[in-house]
Write a protein that binds this ligand. Sequence first.
Ligand SMILES: [Zn+2]
Length: 504
Amino acid sequence: MKADLILTNGIVFPAREADSIAIRGDRILAVARSDEIGALAGEGTETIDLEGRPVLPGFIDAHVHLFDAGLREIGWRVDLSGLSRDETLAALREAVKSRGEGEWVIGEGWDESRWGERRYLTRGELDRVAPDSPLGAVRMDGHMIVLNRVGLRAASSIVPDHGSDLFDPEWGILREEAAWTLLERIEPDPSTLAEALSGAARLCHRLGVTSVHTMTKAWRVPILFERRGRDLLRIGVYQTVGSPSEIEGIAGYENDQWLRFLGVKVFTDGSIGAGTAAVTEAYPSGGNGILNYTDEEISNLLAAAARAGHQAAIHAIGDRAIAQVLRMYARLDARSELRNRIEHFELPEERQIEEVKRLGLHLSMQPNFIGNWSGPGKMYVERLGRERDAVSNPLRAVFDFGIPVAFGSDGMPISPLYGIRAAVNAPYSTQRVSLDEAIAAYTEGGARFGSEEGVKGRIEEGFLADLVVLNEDPFLVPTDLNDMRVEMTFVGGKLVYAREGRCG
Ligand SMILES: [Zn+2]
């Protein structure tokens, strides 16, 4: 059997013994040395010389919000990530000018923790940008939105629970459920959502991501299934739910290598940046965050998911939320074959890590959170104090306990290389892992979470030919990975991305 494509003269990860990969159809036909692989070359075989570059399994980002990333990528939502306060306001002003009169503009991704003056955006600032049309700006964690006066007026007729701590008209802030209820009502039409998916796939390819697990609202799930495989990105779906009846109402989906319905996502608390993650010790600024559900409700959700055979992916950031989730998982009959997950797990106590191990749970963690917010002068220190920052995101302990971990980005931003750098160069030894461990968590980790460890996440004969080629060998410069870039991305043996200036 001859190969369709041979990648040669590379460094094949992680073993680094072979230098060539032969691909036939969408699968890896052989992994070998170049002197052996020549026998698989036929008349129609294309060969790409990797010029000594490393080739890794395609990255699997185990926690993204694909539609949101795509809506930013195509410009429907204004991407505010990485911008200063002034740039943020300028970008919003630009967008307001280009939209039709009275049309909503939603910006997304601002992060005051990176600004000199660490204040949230204010209603007054947004009023000056858009005096006559509704405008909202979602904080980078997605757990709060700031609105202008016109937007606030529109929101008060949409969002029911005014006056609670989720709806603060004085500052124009909506949090958690209140923010999401509003955003649901400012939903783009289905064709824009489909376009967003293609945009998100392009973004992923550029960053070496060949598979994602996406957390998705119920009504957007059918759009994913309509577009199955069209954007050459492999997608595992977790549907956001809030009640057992929603779980019971989930349609039976047909899974294949492009698209798999994997489970349900439940939010048990908020975020640290928005001050809503549920913590035992109060925030220095006051309050213990928010638990979205009672024990009973969590227990019922977990039981309903298990009955329906869906994996549960439970968002729990603060130790108080983690404690609740662990208590409720412990009540559940053993269903470890479902590979139930906890998302984020940013502020666990040490004994909670042990409990995760005992219960056979899987941890979906985001090393980019460390890069974004941990260390002297960063957001965790400001919101939680230095002591709690130093024990946040304890990747080292989690790996040492042998708990299955998958890395993901939660879209802040999508970029496995950034996440890997953050995990390897973390400010505290309790957070730091080796390059091998970080790469494995961004490849094999996600494959295992999706029960696909036999087809993806490694470069082996018979596996899907999902591959990423980097510009240089990260092991030569493990403490300075800043120049690491994605050169090429292959999905199912097809070249889906080549960096500009490369013909592939
Ligand atoms: Zn998320």
